[in-house]
Design a protein around this ligand. Sequence first.
Ligand SMILES: *Cc1c(COP(=O)(O)O)cnc(C)c1O
Length: 399
Amino acid sequence: MSMNEIIKETEENLLHTYNRYPVVFDHGEGVRLYDEDGKEYLDFCAGIAVYALGYKNRRYEEALKSQIEKITHISNYYYSRPLADAAKALTEAAGMPRVFFTNSGAEAVEGAIKAARKYAYLKDNRTDHEIIAMKHSFHGRTFGALSVTGNAHYREAFEPMIGNVRFADFNDFDSVMAQVNDRTCAIILETVQGEGGIYPADKDFLTKIRKLCDERDILLILDEIQCGMGRTGTMFAFMQYGIVPDILTCAKAVGCGVPVGAFLVSDKVAASSLVPGDHGTTYGGNPLACKAVATVLEIFKEDKVIENVQAVAPYLEKRLKETVDRFDFLLAERGLGLMRAIVFDTSKKSPADVVKKALSHGLVLITAGADVIRFLPPLIITKDHVDEMIDKLVMALSE
Ligand SMILES: *Cc1c(COP(=O)(O)O)cnc(C)c1O
């Protein structure tokens, strides 16, 4: 079948919820993807911040194969060695004592919301607690996660949401204070907003939020599903802010291609929130997913993946800043580590058009929000890959 035939057949059967680019990817190798015709692409999307280790990492593949040969699923009524390994590795990596494994990011957010509500319920037996979330945030497509997603367009047709959610402006502490009251049980935010356009939290903002949460026993939920797992130059982005959340969500790169997410909680939350019967999942934390998590974290350590992010990110930042200076329709560059964005004057140039052109030049990029192209390469990229990316990007920008 040709690519066009595959696309046509897919569109005949799939519910149309995505406008896909007209390319059929067949396989990957390192930081490159190959389509059905054998055309090569440099990948600065990594499956939306998933494939941190690049494609065909031998050690990762061997670990998954060996697990498939043993068993891929049991049930959460039993223990497995990969579950023990993954729980130990992820709690150590996050510096948080307890973890619950999910199948996706949205489910990690659902669990985080339930844990926060239960924690508050156990304190005062009330069921009218509120959550403060941020405008332009993104936390996923299920109802709880959608309810704290600060983009009305995503929510509108699906109202009513879970309720008792108030929105504040990201990086504006006064706007958060304006929403706090004695029913506030949690504040949820992305340490670096992803879908909203790659906005890192200000240090002052996050420090003040942490202090507010401590003073009022409000739980701070940090969603690091996109910005976590080494992407910003530390294992989790919050580690650069000198604070620790009460609940942390992660997914995307935590399985590097195997669908898995997690939420982690502090001792305080673990001691007084979810208990047997409160929360569960059939697949979550199964041996295959957990083998992926444990192996990914091993490879992170042994291959010094985070050190590589620290070495390459300043170079990507520099090259992107130079590019912004070259084109009058580019307004700014921002980001943290290998999570970066260039901002367009959309009256002059459409970022979506540039992404399409880049694809024809063999470069995979994605947009975020309406005016941004974001860069989420595999964390194993080198400066040469950055140079190659910039050359292709400049071609796409120049057309
Ligand atoms: C991708 C993402 C989610 C949702 O994860 P899914 O696995 O798609 O459910 C939630 N929060 C953030 C910050 C994300 O980037």
